[in-house]
Design a protein around this ligand. Structure first.
Ligand SMILES: [Zn+2]
Length: 422
């Protein structure tokens, strides 16, 4: 009975800590005004002692954006470390659209915990910490050093967060061998693990052409040229869209349906043209504009080499004499190849934890991309199965049993990684 009561108390403690973390309103843009530091003070005061850390590092990676690192030194500190990453920020929430206030951590009668960050990704951060506290309480040590990282700004691109952190000496001193980071909830029994992300590209197309009175057949106007390039891009998009859900041969020799992460998406997110003399309140609709511009968000599948994709776009634009201005494009795809030896270790750890996993490419972007381009393997894994994907959505929630079982999963996975000696 004592053991049961003890287990119950621990469960309650983990849930309470999770709810306290959820109540800190660490929305990315507001974070530097105080919520980021509040989150870190909470984490330190709750976990620093219980973890029996060998060191705790806290510093501002940029103005008002603190990073926190709990370190548990391994028995073989020269081995590369295991890094568990969690971003402290969350996306904003529209209060009126929620059944319960998004920063109250309300638990309903079914056991669902409502709150911004319940899936993305405060749950994961607390699960790492609770799993490790449980192990440390029993006096468990590890071969490899473990670092638990809390970083700001992921939800707004991580440029002033992880993007800067990976260039610091503090990062190099972590001597990271493998990184666990966020994944997504899975609506089925199987858990998803992300080993890569599509490459985001942001670009503008600029067309110029003759002007004249709109009552005539003016050939090759700026708008006409721009349309022709846009049409080519949207033809390509149609082909890609058709492939979603179609069967495809994947690298691991079994046949799976293509998902969003396996194809390239393109969306025109800006259009600009027209002749106006009052800053766009009205337009001279009888004048052919001499300039036209379009902006795009593209997410390139990891199977398409980025330089080939760029050449394809540039050739479409060149045919119409349209300029391409790429404002963001990574140098290479951020993927952890399935042949990486840590992949086997991770797979084996999941097997030991008794869970089935499905490898996937993440459809959007996470901080893992900054790590993978350094050729450090990173796995995106949030232990939430039988859970609807509600990140960034209204009524983001997680069932308390799913949250608690995630702690158990990490209690197996983390030591499996940290005790793996090549
Ligand atoms: Zn996230």
């Amino acid at each position: 009975i004592t053991a049961t009561i003890l287990a119950y108390c621990k469960t309650m403690g983990a849930l309470e800590n999770f709810c306290d973390f959820l109540r800190i309103r660490s929305v990315s843009h507001e974070g530097p005004q105080g919520a980021y530091i509040e989150a870190i003070i909470f984490l330190r005061s709750t976990y620093e002692k219980r973890l029996r850390c060998s060191s705790v590092t806290q510093f501002e990676v940029s103005d008002g954006r603190p990073v926190l690192i709990f370190s548990i030194e391994g028995k073989s500190p020269n081995l590369k470390s295991v890094v568990l990453n969690c971003h402290t920020d969350v996306v904003p929430a529209v209060d009126e659209k929620w059944s319960y206030p998004p920063f109250d951590a309300h638990i309903d009668e079914k056991g669902d915990i409502y709150g911004r960050g319940t899936q993305d990704m405060k749950s994961v951060g607390i699960q790492y910490l609770e799993a490790l506290c449980g192990l440390r309480d029993r006096g468990v040590d590890f071969e490899r050093t473990i670092h638990i990282l809390f970083v700001p700004d992921e939800e707004i691109g991580g440029i002033q967060g992880m993007g800067l952190l990976v260039r610091t000496k503090e990062w190099r001193e972590l001597n990271a061998g493998v990184v666990l980071d966020e994944g997504l909830a899975s609506p089925t029994e199987t858990y998803t693990v992300f080993y890569g992300e599509r490459a985001p590209i942001w670009l503008r197309l600029r067309a110029r052409g003759p002007t004249g009175h709109a009552s005539r057949f003016i050939a090759n106007s700026a708008n006409e040229r721009l349309f022709r390039v846009i049409n080519k891009i949207y033809e390509f998009r149609k082909e890609q869209e058709k492939e979603v859900g179609m069967l495809a041969e994947c690298g691991c020799s079994h046949v799976v349906a293509k998902k969003l992460g396996d194809v390239t998406t393109v969306n025109c997110t800006m259009l600009k043209s027209g002749v106006s003399t009052d800053d766009g309140k009205t337009y001279c609709l009888n004048v052919i504009p001499s300039e036209a511009e379009a902006g795009f968000d593209m997410r390139v599948a990891t199977t398409i080499p980025l330089d080939e994709f760029k050449i394809m776009l540039e050739s479409w634009a060149a045919e119409e004499n349209v300029e391409v201005d790429i404002s963001y494009m990574p140098e290479k795809h951020a993927i952890t190849p399935m042949s990486d030896s840590w992949w086997k270790v991770f797979e084996h750890a999941c097997e030991k934890a008794g869970i089935n996993i499905e490898p996937e490419v993440f459809p959007a972007a996470t901080d893992s991309r900054y790590i993978r381009v350094l050729d450090i393997p990173a796995f995106g894994f949030s232990p939430m199965n039988n859970t609807p994907i509600l990140l960034h959505d209204h009524n983001e929630r997680i069932h308390k049993d799913v949250f608690l079982s995630g702690i158990d999963i990490y209690r197996t996975i983390i030591p499996s990684l940290a005790n793996h000696v090549k």
